[in-house]
Design a protein around this ligand. Structure first.
Ligand code: ADP
Ligand code: MG
Length: 246
């Protein structure tokens, strides 16, 4: 049996000229868990994702993904280990179609038939179709990505990560600017993809958080303020004081 812990963050600290944006933080994420990180602006949420994906180097502490230390790895190595990260603004190719965006994200040399062009092409087409259905874009495969709605662009970027089959998917405020319907569909999408991977989400929309979170981690000034089930965290006086009460 493999360990239920997929990601172990321990005593993680990053100091920017003496200012600790993340300060002695520990958190443990299980396989197939959806964890939501909440907290006021400047709490260190985005910095936490930057540290996990290798964009920012930790000053101290450790980040273990499947027992492998990530803090010394380059960003592309971390992606290769199975960690996908979506930034706040979608980075899709607006001039290409939905299908082309997905194809470009398909990992190179992944299939055993890599050298046989037609077999590889067939495998890619099948995977593109599967992903497109998952992200509600199977009827828009030939559409220019630039013509998609804001929400659809967010889904496309999620699809571009899913096609790489990460074991951990990290998303920074994925439903910001989405319509109510799009939020509900995004929640359903995240619940579905967590059947076989873990998801770490930063989000401010509390209805959305309630809809998807197995557990919630509350950050404040780079430190862990509270952690647990949403219904418990919501009653926590300090959480109400620094975040939910506003
Ligand atoms: P959140 O996502 O919770 O709103 P951030 O992680 O973006 O917060 O930022 C946490 C704090 O760290 C903020 O005060 C921000 O200004 C600071 N910060 C983030 N990145 C840097 C950086 N590269 N250099 C200096 N300060 C930074
Ligand atoms: Mg942020």
């Amino acid at each position: 049996m493999s360990s239920p812990i997929l990601l172990a963050v321990e005593d993680l600290t990053v100091s920017f000229d003496g200012f600790k944006a993340v300060d002695g933080l520990s958190l443990y994420l299980e396989r197939n868990e959806v964890r939501v990180v909440i907290g006021p602006n400047g709490a260190g949420k985005t910095t936490l994702l930057d540290l996990i994906c290798g964009k920012t180097r930790a000053t101290d502490g450790s980040i273990k993904f499947k027992d492998q230390e990530l803090t010394k790895m380059a960003e592309h190595q971390i992606v290769h280990k199975g960690v996908g990260r979506k930034f706040q603004t979608p980075s899709i190719y607006e001039n290409l179609t939905v299908a082309q965006n997905l194809e470009l994200s398909y990992p190179a040399g992944r299939t055993v038939f890599g050298s046989l062009f037609f077999r590889r092409t067939a495998a890619i087409q099948k995977r593109v179709q599967e992903i497109a259905e998952e992200i509600y874009l199977d009827e828009d495969l030939d559409k220019s990505a630039g013509l998609l709605s804001h929400g659809q662009k967010q889904w496309l970027e999620i699809g571009m990560l899913l096609i790489q089959d990460p074991e951990l998917l990290m998303l920074d405020e994925p439903v910001a600017g989405m319509s109510v319907v799009e939020r509900e569909r995004t929640a359903a999408l995240l619940r579905k993809i967590s059947n076989n991977r873990s998801v770490l989400v930063i989000e401010h929309d509390m209805d959305f958080v309630k809809d998807i979170a197995h557990k919630v981690t509350v950050l404040h000034q780079g430190k862990l303020l509270a952690e647990g089930k949403m219904e418990d965290v919501q009653k926590n006086e300090r959480v109400i004081e620094v975040y939910l009460g506003h």
